[in-house]
Write a protein that binds this ligand. Sequence first.
Ligand SMILES: CC(C)(COP(=O)(O)OP(=O)(O)OC[C@H]1O[C@@H](n2cnc3c(N)ncnc32)[C@H](O)[C@@H]1OP(=O)(O)O)[C@@H](O)C(=O)NCCC(=O)NCCS
Length: 192
Amino acid sequence: MIHIRRARPQDANGMGLAHVAAWRSAYAGILPDSYLAQLSALREAASYQRGITGRRQGHAAFVAAAGGEDAPEGSRMPPGGLVVGFVTGGRARRPELADGEVETLYLLDDWREQGLGRRLMRAMAAHLHALHCRSALVWVLENNPSRWFYERLGARTVARELIPVGGQEVMQQAMLWERVESLLDATAGTER
Ligand SMILES: CC(C)(COP(=O)(O)OP(=O)(O)OC[C@H]1O[C@@H](n2cnc3c(N)ncnc32)[C@H](O)[C@@H]1OP(=O)(O)O)[C@@H](O)C(=O)NCCC(=O)NCCS
């Protein structure tokens, strides 16, 4: 059973591992191999830990955790469960584009295409709604197939820009939900 719940500081290590695994799989062929090779799960974990405890600008993180309290007795699951994916976000870093922002969304390979991305997006949409954000956006690299996932949930592209990543320029695009309610509608019925 997978639970979606607010991230705790002890989830940061699992989030760091999931971040690096998801980047290496999602961005292979899009970002340089040398850049992907030097990513550090420990460095990412420290950054997520700061985000979870700091809660700047309405920042929140939600994890998809497998096992946890339900894990069979004697299993080696970490307390709170194994982090198989997560979403982070809060008030938009560039408020001229939207009120709220989904900053990261990553799932381990084996846990994709089972509805978890949608469930994590619902948790974040509910959070942004509670912050009184009217609109929400996510930045996605143009060559990342996950942009079809966001389109499926009703987002549309409103801006494009080149950014430097790993010593090369890549195009990213901002995908917008003009109304956070429309994202809530697109993810309704996913609580399990
Ligand atoms: C993007 C991601 C979170 C999607 O999560 P997921 O759990 O696989 O998606 P879901 O199972 O919830 O799918 C929801 C819907 O989107 C569709 N979808 C998901 N990924 C898609 C894709 N790459 N292309 C087209 N449609 C897609 C599903 O078919 C489903 O459609 P339905 O309404 O017909 O059922 C996941 O693929 C992932 O972690 N990718 C790698 C990391 C990444 O790129 N993150 C985004 C960074 S901006």
